[in-house]
Design a protein around this ligand. Structure first.
Ligand SMILES: [Zn+2]
Length: 136
């Protein structure tokens, strides 16, 4: 599950940024995830819960006793995931299209409906970005 590694990196970035900005409690984290990024959103959410939320089997009392300041920073933060659809551009004529319009799923899409080329470039849909976060 490489989502755990991704979320670990997101959490490290948040901790560094929060320390810089004087943020002591992160409320919301907004990620942008492409439909063909290879990231499983349910696995991402699970990894986020494990890392910043109350891990499975932990009680609120245990969380209260947790003296790890870094964990408190992100505790209870809401994860928002914005899924980005796949958009492709024809390498010959420049036509822009979605996966559906090209007759399949990237990278096994059909030929360009305008010029017939099989030369698609991925414009969006492969991204994994920590877009922004909110906190106090
Ligand atoms: Zn074309």
């Amino acid at each position: 599950m490489h989502e755990l590694g991704l979320v670990t990196r997101v959490v490290e970035t948040l901790r560094a940024s929060a320390a810089e900005q004087g943020v002591t409690q992160v409320r919301k984290v907004h990620l942008v995830v492409g439909k063909r990024s290879g990231v499983s959103v349910p696995a991402l959410r699970f990894a986020f819960e494990v890392l910043v939320g109350r891990g499975p089997g932990r009680s609120p009392q245990e969380d209260e006793q947790d003296t790890d300041v870094a964990d408190r920073l992100l505790h209870g933060a809401e994860l928002e995931v914005e899924e980005v659809p796949v958009r492709l551009s024809c390498g010959r004529c420049g036509l822009e299209a979605t996966e559906d319009e090209t007759g399949g799923e990237w990278p096994l899409v059909g030929s360009c409906p305008a010029c017939g080329a099989l030369d698609w470039r991925l414009l969006s849909g492969a991204e994994f970005v920590l877009d922004y976060y909110e906190g106090d």
